[in-house]
Design a protein around this ligand. Structure first.
Ligand SMILES: CC(C)(COP(=O)(O)OP(=O)(O)OC[C@H]1O[C@@H](n2cnc3c(N)ncnc32)[C@H](O)[C@@H]1OP(=O)(O)O)[C@@H](O)C(=O)NCCC(=O)NCCS
Length: 171
């Protein structure tokens, strides 16, 4: 399968319309944290991009761009205190672009970028809802390993679920 061409780059305020259009999707929301807005308005997009642009470099959040439009997002949350050597990764893609290998390639690229630009980080991890087989597959293909199943670790749509904890270590 040939992967559709995409680019990872920093967010721009001009991405607001395309961000809101692609993020406003219950099929995305069902698989991510509850703080991800739904419905997702242009105002939500503007607030997100302004928040991201206010952070110090290097960028922790990047847009996934196809044909010049930001159609997905990816970010890390570096942890604090004794866990400051690890970061959680999160990502989503507009549904029109699913199953073309884009996120697998983007997670690989982001992993390299993170270990290169954040020398304090030794580990990137993702807790994935047990039913989200596409995301688990992405992580497997990007070289992450399933370390553990965290039992009854989350609640989504009023249902208590296990999380599959995937991680990759700095070589
Ligand atoms: C998860 C997500 C990012 C995947 O992006 P993508 O670009 O479609 O991923 P890829 O095309 O690189 O890989 C998807 C893989 O999952 C597989 N897959 C898709 N749906 C599946 C399903 N229901 N069951 C099992 N496997 C599935 C695909 O076949 C593919 O694997 P393959 O290459 O071995 O055939 C995208 O679906 C998305 O944004 N989902 C909503 C948000 C989300 O889940 N974010 C992650 C939270 S942890």
């Amino acid at each position: 399968m040939e992967t559709t061409k995409y680019k990872l780059r920093e967010w721009r305020l001009s991405d607001v319309a395309s961000l809101a259009e692609n993020a406003n999707n219950i099929h995305i929301w069902n698989n991510v944290r509850d703080y991800f807005p739904n419905p997702y308005s242009e105002e939500d997009g503007r607030q997100f991009i302004e928040m991201v642009l206010a952070k110090p470099a290097p960028a922790t959040d990047r847009a996934i761009v196809i044909d010049g439009k930001a159609v997905g997002g990816m970010g890390i949350v570096p942890q604090t205190d004794v866990e400051r050597i690890s970061a959680e990764i999160g990502y989503w893609l507009g549904e029109d672009y699913w199953n073309r290998g884009i996120m697998t390639a983007a997670v690989k690229e982001m992993t390299e970028y993170v270990f290169l630009n954040f020398p304090e980080l030794y580990k990137i991890y993702a807790p994935v809802f047990d039913f989200n087989l596409a995301s688990q597959r992405v992580l497997q293909k990007a070289g992450f390993e399933r370390e553990a199943i965290l039992k009854q670790a989350a609640i989504k749509n009023d249902k208590i679920i296990d999380e599959h904890y995937y991680s990759i270590l700095k070589m």
